[in-house]
Design a protein around this ligand. Sequence first.
Ligand code: BTN
Length: 265
Amino acid sequence: MSAKINVDMLQRGLKTRCLGRHVFFSGKVDSTNNWAKELASFGAGEGLVTVAETQSAGRGRLDREWISPAGGLWFSAILKPNLKPHEAVKLVFVAGLAVAEVFSEFYGLRVETKWPNDILVNRRKVCGLLAEMNTVGDTVNYVVIGIGVNANFDVKKALPEELWKNATSLQSELGRKVQLETLFRALLEKLEKVYELFMKEGFRPVLEEWKKYAFFLGRQVEVTIQRENVSGLALDVDQNGALVLKLENGRTKQVFVGDIRERTR
Ligand code: BTN
């Protein structure tokens, strides 16, 4: 299977109403999120998707670097939901559920979600999500949802050594390459479906499904919150999308931004 993306195949048979009706493709960009944000700021409409074979400055959450070699699937979609910013932040769970369902339905993988934006297989990260919002006051102009799938590469060949322990790829898990164009279409179709559910019925049904993949719930975890480590029992993810921790002193704490790890001792 070719490592290259066949542009003509990306939209062939795509069964969406809106997502991916316009696709911008490049062999290499700095970041598909940057590209989509730029297009959105020039008036591009909901559903436009940017895709690249490699990214020279792929970004993760909290401005971390996201290494994006050839063989991965790196893309970003523009959404223009009629929501307030505190509702729009939940779109990262919408995307997470879509990815989890596609990976488990298409490839039979035992997928896990890690709060707030990681998709894991065998406790290693196979996909990351980056939602970025543009607002004016209380109005959301657009949200760009970036999806990065470690797909057709060997982690030990394509990623730096410090990532080997916590990263995996579809290829490593399945022992074969996947068709990137088919995966792209499946992800857009599912994303649209979950997005429509969210817009129609709210966050509750999305969160309920997302939690079914959440391995950390009911476990002892450590969370880094602005360089401080907090330990506790991961009780829940609430209707705000916040992690609810039961601390060692018995109190509960709502965490909105942080990095979670399972506690091994
Ligand atoms: C994370 O795990 O912190 C999020 C990683 C998101 C990576 C994707 S790849 C496509 C899109 N473009 C970017 O620069 N980032 C996202």
